[in-house]
Design a protein around this ligand. Structure first.
Ligand code: SF4
Length: 412
């Protein structure tokens, strides 16, 4: 095989990493200053945007150490039976690339994942060595997210936490049956055990030590995971049930949902079509309802026979339309919990309503100013001088609230 340049490896290994959603990339138009004669490019390999634990949006170099893999997970482009072009970075190359990009101000950190080469332990040890060299030898202060391999020795995951800001372990699919069918070399119980150990390590290191009274640095950004959506027949209700269990059992910072995309030479066990991207978006919205809006998982799709989220309207609006008897909510008197359930009111708008109503009674126009758009909110609230009357009971209400289709941009 011809020797590849670092640039060629970067093109292959950044492209191979794009299927990993656990550092969410933002979309944008493609631009390249080479063509325009100006400055800047959005087409360079491997740079994506993610949210740091403190909420800042940061750019990361997102790459695989290698896309060689001894495993054969049906849904993965890098599986051993795939015909994809292969490449492998040396530790030195990843360190140099990260530092080079960092010094040129292209990135603020590194997201490193890998196919499994030789054994999970050897692969994990190489990834840790990249992080160690960056942190200790190069005194790299940027963000590091390592995707760990659950089958590796627990000591290695412990070492990874010394250098990485965030660690993630993919659960891969929402059900054990799905993992057994599509990734037969992976064991769901091993994945769960690794997550449980990581959780206790993170908690243990958060406690100040008896000798120094200081906390040891260990994966301060916590742990996250990723689930592939649409590769098996699990309903959205089933997916959310798994997420709720993961959040509860392992104190995850995030569960990332990645819509399955068909890959070349795919196994017959996989669907031919990808799920609508809107499904991924609705799952994220439902996930937020559980984490920030006080919804129990079972409430979100209660009474929905097929257990699937409505793609036309957001999950909170869909829930409110099924539970009209709980509305209208009086914005001048209701508790925070009840306000958070009003469609169109986000957590910030609710806090603003609570803050403002200490001084005066809110009218519909005031709520409109505090929440941005009143159309979705209006049928579900009572305000000074406003009651929705029969609006809430109208059979055509859902249709009225479905967002209007938008013309796509011709040159996007
Ligand atoms: S172990 Fe990871 S890289 Fe290897 S085939 Fe499975 S999902 Fe792909």
């Amino acid at each position: 095989m011809a020797r590849l340049t670092t640039q060629e490896k970067l093109a292959i290994l950044a492209d191979a990493a794009k299927y990993d959603a656990s550092c969410a990339s933002s979309g944008g138009a493609k631009r390249d200053s080479l063509k325009s004669g100006g400055i800047g490019s959005t087409e360079g390999s491997g740079i994506c945007h993610a949210y740091a634990p403190d909420g800042r949006c940061i750019s990361l170099l997102k790459i695989l150490l290698t896309n060689f893999c001894i495993y054969d997970c049906s849904y993965c482009i890098n599986r051993s039976s795939s015909n994809v072009r292969r490449a492998r970075f040396s530790i030195d190359e990843v360190v140099r690339l990260t530092l080079g990009f960092y010094k040129r101000n292209y990135i603020e950190g590194l997201f490193l994942s890998s196919g499994v080469i030789r054994s999970p332990d050897e692969t994990m040890a190489e990834m840790i060595e990249v992080a160690r060299r960056l942190r200790i030898d190069e005194k790299f202060g940027g963000y590091i997210h390592l995707k760990t391999i659950p089958e590796c020795a627990p000591e290695l995951i412990e070492r990874a936490g010394l250098y990485a800001d965030r660690l993630s372990i993919n659960v891969e699919l929402p059900t054990d049956e799905g993992v057994q069918r599509l990734a037969p070399e992976k064991r769901p119980e091993t994945i769960r055990l690794s997550m449980a150990k990581l959780r206790s390590k993170i908690e243990e290191k958060r406690e100040p030590t008896l000798q120094t009274g200081r906390r040891e640095r260990f994966a301060p950004g916590g742990q996250s995971t990723q689930m592939i959506v649409g590769a098996d027949a699990t309903s959205d209700d089933g997916i959310l049930k798994t997420s709720a269990r993961l959040y509860g059992s392992y104190h995850l910072r995030r569960v990332y949902y990645s819509a399955f995309s068909p890959i070349p030479d795919a196994s017959k066990a996989l669907p031919l079509r990808k799920p609508p991207l809107m499904r991924e978006h609705r799952l994220y919205q439902a996930d937020w309802l559980m984490r920030f809006y006080g919804f129990a998982q079972h409430e979100i799709l209660e009474g929905v026979a097929d257990g699937m989220l409505d793609l036309a309207v957001d999950p909170k609006l869909a829930w409110a339309l099924r539970n009209r008897a709980r509305f209208p909510v009086d914005v001048n008197r209701a508790e925070r919990e009840a306000l958070l359930r009003v469609p169109g009111l986000g957590t910030k708008a609710v806090d603003r309503i609570l803050g403002t109503r200490r001084f005066r009674r809110l009218r519909l126009e005031d709520v409109g100013r505090l929440c941005g758009s009143i159309a979705k909110v209006r049928p579900f609230i009572v305000a000074e001088g406003w009651s929705p009357g029969g609006l809430l009971d109208r059979p055509g209400l859902r249709q009225k609230l479905v967002p209007k289709p938008r013309q796509m941009e011709l040159f996007a």
